[in-house]
Design a protein around this ligand. Structure first.
Ligand SMILES: Nc1nc2c(c(=O)[nH]1)N[C@H]1C(S)=C(S)[C@@H](COP(=O)(O)O)O[C@H]1N2
Ligand SMILES: [Mo]
Length: 485
């Protein structure tokens, strides 16, 4: 149990720093799922978006210093890997701790068994405020007991539950879940408030350890000597604690440096831990969203700037005359479909919530043809496993990095709400939102939904394409090929 305290410090500190990296990707908090610009209740940036020229949600990011965030300097993809790997460690540590707690008489220290604890805790608080140390019958005084029980049994589970509420796969399959917290953005706000609560707790906790007598307290924490540790024991405990804390600092420095120096390598390693867990927990959740049209967001953010590709500009000017969607690769019947031919296919309309990896959400209505309809027409060969989406998006603001592309596994492509949309809110898809055709994958994060689609190719493996990570943002920004959270 004493060792779980050490691992708790390690994982919580990693969660805190990687969490700040994630927050920097959209440094605003809301109580509404539309994330209407200006409706945030808290904003950590002074940036103002231009009123006269189009901007994208990525312009709103702020890079956080590596002294604060893991890894810092605008590495959302890696920050997420660290967050999820630390989360796995923290949850395992927590489960072990709680199991040991209840398998032994230790739980009596933590769980109050009488209402008396409340007035007694109040007395203890008043004593602290007089700069005195309250009496304790057991190892903890009543105030400590209450606060520790709150952190272990309420704050920690809440932090996990609000974290889960941010997953687009959960939001798509169980739209009611986030409503328990007042919505997905309210859950995100509460997740942040939880972070503040953990930080405040930690600072006061550290202050109390010093105030109660550092040597004695460390002898309790490190060696389990409840009362009357000798000076030699106190010195041993202090030495071990200092070495352990130094070890944690080394882990942080190492994780930060290796992430900033070799992002691709870190992505490859951490992804091997997080992806299978995500797939097992969230991979099978299918989107069943059915928002009311009255729930449409008043303002829609866009990400990715409209292409400057010459062929695209020409097609746009001609109203996409001559544009054809090509579907080829590992199929028995390659297809070429004009917009009119796509519109003639069975149409599906859905009102769904978009969840960007940065953290913002918005609700819109999409109309188009189900990807499964096209897959039935082109007859994929047995070895086909992924769809490759190539786009007109030349990423002109980042020259030399190639065109935007994405990949999607066949099972996700066949889901009911996976759509090739040519309409948004009842009108032809606007240029900024992917005209003439864009993908909607309603149980995944936004970057999986390629806009300005040019061609779809069925492939066996994506590792030979681009830089091998399964998409442009996967290659360039260390995002994950699967995006259910
Ligand atoms: N071609 C292309 N598609 C793209 C992007 C892009 O940069 N280029 N950005 C993605 C990201 S990160 C998001 S959040 C969504 C944004 O969709 P929206 O513009 O409809 O809000 O588009 C996705 N599709
Ligand atoms: Mo995004």
């Amino acid at each position: 149990m004493r060792l779980t305290h050490l691992f708790n410090i390690l994982f919580l500190s990693l969660l805190l720093r990687s969490g700040l990296e994630i927050l920097g990707a959209h440094p605003m908090l809301y109580w509404n799922d539309h994330c209407t610009p200006g409706s945030e209740w808290l904003k950590f940036s002074r940036k103002r978006m231009p009123g006269n020229r189009p901007w994208t949600a990525e312009d709103e990011k702020i890079p956080v210093s590596p002294w604060l965030a893991l890894p810092g300097r605008d590495h959302l993809g890696l920050g997420r890997y660290w967050h999820f790997v630390s989360l796995i460690g923290w949850v395992l540590t927590g489960l072990l701790y709680v199991a040991l707690l209840f398998a032994t008489p230790q739980w009596r220290r933590l769980i109050p068994t009488s209402w008396e604890v409340f007035p007694a805790a109040w007395d203890a608080l008043v004593t602290y405020l007089r700069f005195d140390i309250p009496e304790a019958e057991g190892v903890f005084n009543p105030l400590q007991q209450l606060v520790y029980a709150f952190v272990v049994l309420i704050l920690s589970p809440l932090q996990i539950l609000t974290g889960i509420a941010m997953s687009p796969a959960i939001a798509a399959r169980f739209p009611g879940y986030a409503r328990l917290f007042g919505g997905q953005q309210a859950a995100r706000s509460l997740h942040f408030i939880g972070l503040v609560a953990f930080t405040v707790f930690t600072l006061i906790h550290l202050g109390a350890v010093v105030a109660h007598g550092l040597g004695h307290e460390l002898a309790k924490i490190v060696l389990g000597i409840a009362h009357g540790a000798t000076p030699a024991q106190q010195a041993t405990a202090t030495g071990i604690a200092a070495a352990a804390l130094a070890g944690i600092v080394v882990v942080h420095v190492w994780a930060t440096r290796v992430s900033l120096r070799a992002p691709r390598r870190v992505q490859g390693r951490l992804r091997r831990i997080t992806d299978p867990v995500q797939r097992a927990l969230l991979g099978r959740l299918r989107s069943a969203q059915r928002y009311d049209r009255r729930a449409l967001s008043p303002v829609l953010r866009a990400n990715g700037r409209p292409p400057r590709d010459a062929e695209y500009r020409r097609l746009l000017a001609s109203g996409f005359e001559g544009w054809q969607l090509e579907i080829g690769g590992l199929v028995r019947r390659p297809l070429r479909l004009t917009l009119a031919e796509l519109r003639a296919l069975p149409k599906q309309v859905q009102v769904t919530k978009h969840v960007c990896i940065q953290g913002w959400t918005q609700i819109a209505e999409w109309g188009g043809v189900r990807l499964s309809t096209l897959l039935e027409m082109c007859l994929p060969l047995p070895q086909a496993r992924y769809l490759l989406f190539e786009t007109f998006d030349d990423k002109w603001e980042a020259p030399g990095r190639g065109y935007y592309y994405g990949t999607l596994d066949l099972a996700t492509a066949r889901q009911d709400q996976t759509l090739l949309a040519y309409e948004m809110n009842g009108r032809p898809l606007p240029e900024a939102f992917g005209a003439p055709l864009r993908l909607r994958v309603e149980n995944q994060l936004g970057y999986k939904m390629a806009k300005w689609v040019r061609r779809i190719t069925l492939i066996e493996d994506y590792r030979a394409i681009g830089q091998g990570q399964g998409g442009w943002r996967e290659d360039m920004m260390q995002y994950s090929q699967e995006a259910p959270i």
